[in-house]
Design a protein around this ligand. Structure first.
Ligand SMILES: Cc1cc2nc3c(=O)[nH]c(=O)nc-3n(C[C@H](O)[C@H](O)[C@H](O)COP(=O)(O)OP(=O)(O)OC[C@H]3O[C@@H](n4cnc5c(N)ncnc54)[C@H](O)[C@@H]3O)c2cc1C
Length: 381
């Protein structure tokens, strides 16, 4: 598994997956065959989460090769990301509460031995220790391993889910405020209230081909509870009126301008914005920061090739731009937090068509959202 930081590689990965593995995806997707054998899943999340390739391209390419019925499971998974993002947009307090809770919990757990054993991979659960090493080395975990990991963290090691979510954000190349926070909440049993994910020894053995011994887990846990109610915030996701020759800000979640819905608009200049640890609330590992930097380099190169004027700046320098600018909407997360905390009111947002269309269906569960997938495909893909 080698996540090369380029769009060219992402496209190659997508094409190979569609050609060779998509047909077996729904049968094999739950197996974690280890870091050197990942062809049963697409491994596209580090690229999709940075917008290097997008959901529309993935779905279109898949449907060009196979029918909807044959690709339905994969398309559903691809749209989970859109769903989680929309869900979070409508209840952004979930993100702010997570960050606030995390601050308090971190200081309470500063000297906690169980916590430091967990993040050092020194527990008495072999598979868990293996995944700690894997995430630090490869900055990726299979979806099933993420579920097992989170479940063991919460219910066997009895650590707060917020610390686990922070650990994932720090090390995952695809670290995403919505998918990660809501994924952890879902495992804990507070996302779908009363329903948690309990990792079982037999399940880990089956889906890792009996790779691990010594899996003593608490398999009789109860879901966690969180009494806070998150009412839906009424928000309008409407593009600013587009005027030619204004500048555009592009954050690290939208790094393929030339394939965006706005590729035919004339912007004076594109600012490619990096966000380093100094301006983040969750500190990222060096591997993750480097990956982001190389993806920004790659976007810059592609813009230069097309003679589109662009400049790299740090998010802290956005304050110095005095004129009104457009920005691709960065979604609930660290980039948007920076804009809000600093009251940067000269920024007008542009939204992706797929988000504008789909987010209205994120008011309920994914089961409900799934019903709208054919509509989303016909209207927004
Ligand atoms: C506790 C936990 C934390 C997670 N944190 C993140 C995260 O920070 N960032 C992240 O991108 N995903 C996260 N996921 C979701 C999922 O594990 C990854 O998206 C998936 O493993 C990526 O591998 P892949 O590209 O090979 O997926 P594939 O199985 O090939 O799926 C194709 C694409 O569909 C999307 N997708 C698939 N499953 C999910 C899902 N459950 N939620 C959202 N999108 C999905 C991804 O864009 C993925 O690239 C988390 C899941 C859990 C249980």
């Amino acid at each position: 598994m080698n996540f090369k930081p380029s769009r060219e590689f992402a496209i190659h990965q997508l094409n190979t997956f569609i050609e060779k593995n998509l047909m077996e995806y729904s049968r094999l997707r739950n197996f974690d065959f280890g870091p050197n054998k990942r062809s049963n899943v697409s491994c596209l999340s580090p690229y999709v989460s940075h917008g290097v390739i997008n959901e529309v391209e993935i779905i279109n390419k898949s449907l060009k090769k196979f029918s909807f019925i044959k690709t339905e499971k994969f398309i559903q998974e691809v749209l989970w990301r859109v769903y989680w993002k929309g869900w979070m947009e409508l209840r952004s307090n979930v993100w702010t509460d997570f960050l606030q809770d995390l601050k308090v919990i971190k200081s309470n757990f500063k000297n906690n031995q169980n916590y430091s054993d967990a993040i050092e991979g020194k527990t008495n659960i072999d598979c868990f220790n293996f995944w700690v090493e894997e995430i630090k080395k490869h900055n990726y975990l299979h979806n099933h391993a993420r579920m097992w990991f989170a479940s063991i963290w919460i219910f066997t090691l009895e650590l707060p889910w917020q610390l686990g979510a922070e650990f994932f954000m720090k090390h995952l190349l695809d670290g995403d405020s919505a998918s990660n926070t809501l994924g952890w909440r879902w495992v804990a049993g507070i996302q779908t209230k009363g329903k948690h994910y309990s990792a079982k020894e037999w399940n880990i053995k089956k889906f890792t081909n009996n790779k691990f011994d010594k899996i003593k887990l608490n398999e009789n846990s109860l879901p966690q509870t969180d009494e806070r109610l998150y009412r839906i915030i009424s928000k309008e996701f409407k593009d600013a009126k587009l005027v030619e020759n204004k500048n555009l800000l592009v954050f690290d979640n939208n790094l393929s301008f030339e394939n965006s819905d706005f590729k035919n608009n004339n912007f004076k200049k594109i600012y490619l914005i990096s966000n380093e640890n100094e301006t983040r609330q969750i500190i990222l590992s060096e591997n993750v920061l480097n990956f982001k930097k190389f993806l920004l380099d790659d976007q810059e190169k592609r813009l230069n090739k097309k003679s589109i004027k662009c400049e790299r700046i740090n998010i802290a320098d956005v304050k110095n731009i005095e004129e009104n600018v457009y920005a691709f909407y960065p979604s609930v997360g660290e980039n948007l937090d920076y804009i809000n905390i600093n009251n940067l009111e000269n920024i007008e947002f542009l939204y992706r068509k797929i988000d504008k269309y789909s987010w209205k269906f994120c008011n309920k569960g994914f089961f409900n959202f799934k019903n709208f997938i054919p509509k989303i495909i016909s209207e927004a893909v």
